[in-house]
Each structure stands twice: as structure tokens, then as C-alpha cells.
Design a protein around this ligand. Sequence first.
Ligand code: OSB
Ligand code: MG
Length: 375
Amino acid sequence: MPSVAQHALKIDSAELRLVRLELLTPFTISTGTMHEKIIPLLILRSGGLEGYSEGVMDPLPDYLDEQIPGAMALLRDALLPQVTGAAFENPQALEPLLAPWRGHQMTKAMVEMAFWDLWAKSLGRPIKTLLGGSGDAIDVGVSLGIGPVAETLGRVASHVEQGYKRIKLKIKPGHDVALVAAVRGEFPDVALSVDANSAYTLADTGMLQKLDGYGLDYIEQPLAWNDIQDHATLQQRISTPICLDESIRSVKDARKALQIDAGRVINIKVGRLGGYLESLRVHDLCAAFEVPVWCGGMLESGIGRAHNIHLSTLPNFTKPGDTSSASRYFARDLIQEKLEAVGGRMPVPEGPGIGVTPDWTFIDSITLSTESFSG
Ligand code: OSB
Ligand code: MG
């Protein structure tokens, strides 16, 4: 990452909102169905500038063990009182303040990412450039929720037609091999992957071995969300690369996983890893291991999506990310710009910071609560 000489940036105040955004269609994964997105939004202010981020934790701990009430409490009782009134030269200077708190990567990432946006704006640079990324657009794939096979086939067809560069199918026990066989049968050449969100155990090895016959790009997080060891055992028994998502919460986790061949691809989610700095470390570690990475998604609004797109411009993001068009999920986004993929390519927002502008009229109309913090 390029070092930029810079005066310390004082965080004058912070605002924490909770907003409710309706999903156009429910999204089902192995752990359950999401009908709406409740999004904690963070605004950090310095002088006339604002930095933005969104939390990707769920209302209840069903993807990982983090959840919105705990995130709000940590932000309210510790993180935001700590950062407001304080000055930081760069995002690295913020890390020692966040590090002592156990876990809560997604919560810490909110503060770190909003600060990156603020810092980049203060320098007049896009986040992409400060991260060391490049390019005007990134390759994107799509993640299709669990649904009837016939319906999924139709959705695969429409997304292949739109040019998405990889189709990811959500799977769970009883909704796996037959689905993959049907999709592969109709789309022999499409880049295809599956994501189990921890729905299986080593007792399912036989079924997972059957997936080897369908030329999948990878199988994402087949085993427990907090496991690495069993994934290494499974990787020895299947030829399809395992992609780790839930079980990688830090660069330390990533190192341990790669050292024992527990996976051959890593999904980088900035929130899950606690921010850009840890994401950069995982990115660089994977590059050293010659392991490709790609950027995962959590059905983010345009604010989180813009952050993800900037991160995806780094060189080892060699596989299409889950940074598909916002219009797939929401009738109206939280930002004024449209984040829409064209031919499987998502343009990187231009301008300083994340490069997108909140639509405050709309955000105000869906805000459930607002809390203010000043130093
Ligand atoms: O495991 O990647 C996942 C959505 C919610 C929770 C977990 C995951 C997902 C997705 C959707 O796959 C990705 C997206 O389009 O944002
Ligand atoms: Mg996943």
C-alpha cells in the first residue's frame, strides 16, 4: 500500500443509523431466508467531509456469531466514544484502538471502512488508489439463493444472458447434487460454483465427492463456520477446490488454513475480516501461496457494495466477485448512483473515497433509529 504523508484527521462526530431496506425477493441460504435487510449505517465526520460504511452482520447470528444488537452496543458503548474527538494519521493508526476488543470483526470494520472513506476524501483520492488497486471495472458473478430447480434454471439462464462471469448456487442437504446436475446439463460451459454456508459435515463426504463430477470452480464453505481442520480432511478427499468463507476471520486463520491445505480459494469479505487492512493482509498472503481470492457479498446496499468494488481492484482478485447489480436486490438503493454490471463487468465508482453519494431523502424515509456521538 502506498504510504501517503498526511496530517492527522480528527473525527469530529459520528452518526449511527439503523435502516430497513426491503428485498425485492426473499434470499434463501442453508441457514434460513432473509426477507429484508436491516442495515446499521455509520457516518464519520471531519470538517466538511463525511465517510460512510454499513454493517454486514445479521439481526440474529445465523451466518456468523456476530449480530446487530451486539454491534450497536459495541459501537455505542465503546468504539464511537473512543474515535470521536480523536485524530488519526491513517487507517493503520486506528487499528490499535480497535484490536483489544474481542471478535466483532464486522463491527470494527464499520469504523475502519468509514474512516478509509473519510481519509481518502481528505486526500482527494479514490479508495482503490490508496489500496494499490487499479482498473475501471471488475469481473462479477452472481449468487443465486435456494429455490425450486426449474426456477433456478430460469434464473441461471437470465444471468448468463446478462453476462455474469460465474454463477454460484446456494446448496443445502437435499438440494445439492440434483440441482448441480440439472444446471450443468443445461449450461455445460458456464463457470459454476456452490456455497453451502456450513450445512454439511464429514459424514457427507460421499455426496460432496459426487460434486467432483460437475467441473465446479469451487465448493464454498461446505463444513462448520468455525472449523478449519475438517476442511483439510475433506480437501484431501475431493478434487474440487474448497473456497473458505465463514471460517476465515483473520490473516492468522488464513495462514493456518493454507498451511494445512484446508482450502484452495478464499472469499474475502471486508466485514468478516474486520476491515480493509486485514483484507489486504489476507490478499497478500494468498498471493504468496498462489491461492486466488474473490470478493464476497452480504447483500449490501450501494454503500457497502461500493467499498467491495474498490477492494476488488487489487491484483489477486482473479475470480469474479459477488458484487452483482444492486437492482437485483433492491427496488431503490441508498445511493444516488446506479451500481449496475454491464456484460459481467461492474464499473468502479469514480471520485474521492468510495465515490458514491447517499440518497438522504430515501434514507431518512427508511431510518428506524439515529444516534449521534461527538468528541
Ligand atoms: O455466504 O456468501 C455468502 C449472502 C448472505 C450471507 C452469506 C452469503 C451471501 C451471498 C450473497 O452469497 C452474495 C451477494 O450477492 O451479496
Ligand atoms: Mg459464502
